[in-house]
Design a binder for this molecule. Structure first.
Ligand code: AMP
Ligand code: MG
Length: 324
């Protein structure tokens, strides 16, 4: 099992953070909390260290990584930052928003998967910021799960998925948001939404003064991650919309229910959330809990606003491998 050190979210121990930073500088892997989900970090400028992330996760090599920065001013070393990108950074960083920009030379091809672009984010979590600061360089980090599994929202889920594959796991308790960052592509005139996530799409659109556009097939090829099956537990996941009758194939006695409305039948287990925010925060842990009990999953389809849009995306992906 990886070494697990507990850190105070608001006041991370300086000595632990120094050690974690030095593991990264020496080419090792550190799993750490962000406000979205737990990440598996490596020195983003060290190709060999970055390759270890792909090995540990079993991640396809053509799925690029996000570089995490401690400060927006470091973005200019890695990417071409125009006025629009710089305004978006000032308004939304630190926070759950990833920007895809044109990469400068020097960003390893292992990070960008050979694309001419790079994805950047400043996370809003004191432990993540302290770690990046201690490393003194950008930290490449995808979610700290085996590829294709639900993202980890606490240290226990990281340990269950990655065991001893990271040199250190920093445990600052459960995350705030529970879904990954929103990813937008600002390389062209149009702003493209590559992935809904923790940053409200409506807020972004208000800020940009126009709707985000969806990538066409060609730009989808440019964001390979969107092709992969994601976030899936090992048991069938079925979607249920409040007010509808349950699908015939569901046996409630052998299923668990997750959502905010009263469940439509007597399920073996019920995980009820008080709001869409808490549903988002708990959805991946809920998947893992019900899966561990060997139960099929019925997940309520949330309203398509605010965090509900990102939640829909993750539930849709989890349910995509369940045949009717
Ligand atoms: P993950 O680290 O698993 O949360 O995934 C990061 C997401 O960002 C993936 O869906 C990638 O496709 C996307 N991404 C990362 N870098 C780039 C890039 N250079 N261009 C387009 N998308 C990217
Ligand atoms: Mg991931």
């Amino acid at each position: 099992m990886a070494r697990i050190l507990k850190v105070d979210r608001w006041n991370p121990d300086a000595e632990i953070m120094l050690e974690a930073g030095s593991i990264l500088r020496n080419g090792g892997l550190v799993a750490f909390p962000t406000e979205t989900v737990y990440g598996l970090g490596a020195d983003g400028l060290n190709p060999e260290a970055v390759r270890k992330i792909f090995l540990a996760k079993g991640r396809p090599a053509d799925n690029p990584l996000i570089l995490h920065l401690a400060d927006a001013k470091n973005a200019e070393d890695l990417a071409e930052v125009d006025a629009r990108a710089s305004e978006v950074m000032a308004a939304f960083w630190p926070g759950p928003l990833t920007l895809v920009l044109r990469a400068r030379p020097g960003v390893p091809a292992e990070v960008t998967a050979g694309l001419p672009t790079v994805a950047l984010r400043v996370p809003d979590h004191p432990v993540a910021l302290a770690l990046i600061g201690a490393a003194g360089r950008p930290v490449a980090a995808p979610s700290a799960n085996r590829s294709g599994r639900p993202s980890p929202t606490d240290a226990e889920a990281v340990a269950a998925d990655l065991g001893n594959k990271s040199d250190l796991l920093l445990d600052a308790g459960p995350v705030d948001i529970g879904l990954e960052s929103t990813v937008i592509d600002l390389t062209g005139r149009k702003a493209l939404l590559l992935r809904p996530g923790g940053t409200d799409i409506e807020k972004l659109e208000t800020f940009l003064g126009k709707p985000l556009e969806l990538p066409d097939d060609d730009s989808k090829k440019r964001s390979p991650g969107t092709r992969y099956k994601h976030y899936s537990p090992a048991v069938p996941v079925r979607v249920w919309t409040a007010g509808e009758t349950l699908h015939d194939s569901v046996n409630p006695a052998k299923s668990g229910f997750m959502g905010i409305s009263p469940p439509p039948a007597k399920f073996a287990r019920v995980i009820l959330f008080e709001s869409e925010e808490s549903y988002a925060r708990g959805v991946f842990a809920g998947f893992r809990q019900l899966e561990a009990k060997g139960l099929s999953i019925v997940a309520e389809w949330p309203e398509p606003r605010g965090i509900g849009l990102a939640l829909r995306d993750r539930i849709r992906r989890a349910a995509a491998c369940t045949t009717p």
